[in-house]
Design a protein around this ligand. Structure first.
Ligand code: NAD
Length: 252
């Protein structure tokens, strides 16, 4: 019988104050994990923690800004405090500045590539020694349709998400031998703060829904199953994969 239980495991979810990360934190908690939620906005963070505690699961808030890479070792150390370890890391924090080529500056490029691509690597690396000791760990990155497709104003974002796909494979190559798997979820369109510009354009939204095989865009609850599967012992032999969660968008 496949083991989808996360009882006794501790997860850290970045970008957990909103959208996909927040939903993933709840899904992991409902499957039995204790969850540390990382975010910058104190009020939203407390709300997300309270949502998990309301289903009688364990959660703790970690208030942190990931943009300063020098702080990542310190952030990782603080993440271990509430429940003593981190077995599962979800790198869900991300930014999409949607700039046309001529508006991209060195600074905006760095903001995107840093948060979306460098942070998932450097933060994950902080947890590897402890995961190696346990011979078990899970890293879940969030890729995108733009990991493999070009969208308007997606130069920096697409470059970062293309990088996330390859980073996922390379991390799997580096660490899977020690029982640490690394996979990525590549979502289609889901209603979050990040996609507000798309959701404010009903014509575009309908076109995107029509592009899927299922005929609709994503609901946040659609991320639950794959998230729990990738975090659980049931996926022990699955690593280095970028799994589209897009209603068949990329199948058509
Ligand atoms: P979101 O904006 O709700 O979530 C992103 C989170 O990252 C926010 O809570 C934001 O505050 C946080 N964040 C940004 N900068 C940060 C920093 N410096 N330090 C800490 N946290 C920071 O949007 P979302 O759609 O839930 O995005 C989650 C992930 O999913 C992102 O990686 C995004 O690229 C990816 N994604 C989303 C979709 C979609 O349709 N929504 C599609 C493909 C990929």
């Amino acid at each position: 019988m496949a083991d989808f239980s996360l009882t006794g495991k501790v997860a850290l979810v970045t970008g957990a104050t909103s959208g996909i990360g927040r939903r993933q934190a709840l899904a992991l908690a409902q499957a039995g994990a204790a969850v540390v939620l990382l975010g910058r906005r104190a009020a939203q963070l407390q709300e997300a923690v309270a949502e998990i505690e309301a289903v009688e699961a364990k959660a703790a808030a970690l208030s942190a800004d990931l943009s300063d890479r020098d702080q990542l070792p310190n952030i990782a150390e603080r993440a271990m405090v509430p429940f003593g370890s981190i077995d599962i890391l979800i790198n869900a924090a991300g930014v999409n500045l949607r700039q046309p080529a001529e508006e991209i500056t060195l600074e905006s490029w760095d903001t995107t590539l840093n948060l979306n691509l460098a942070v998932p690597f450097f933060l994950s690396r902080e947890f590897i020694p402890a995961m190696e000791k346990n011979s078990w760990g899970r890293i879940i990155n969030i890729a995108s349709l733009q990991s493999s497709r070009a969208f308007p104003n997606g130069l920096a974002y697409g470059a970062s998400k293309g990088g996330v796909s390859q980073l996922t494979r390379a991390m799997a190559e580096a660490w899977s031998r020690h029982g640490i798997t690394c996979n990525a979820i590549a979502p289609g369109f889901f209603p979050t703060e990040l996609t507000a510009p798309v959701y404010n354009d009903p014509d575009l939204l309908n076109k995107l829904a029509a592009q899927t095989a299922i005929g609709r865009n994503g609901e946040l609850s659609d991320v639950d199953g794959l998230t729990v599967f990738l975090a659980s012992p049931a996926s022990d032999y699955l690593t280095g994969q970028v799994i589209p969660l897009d209603g068949g968008f990329t199948a058509k």
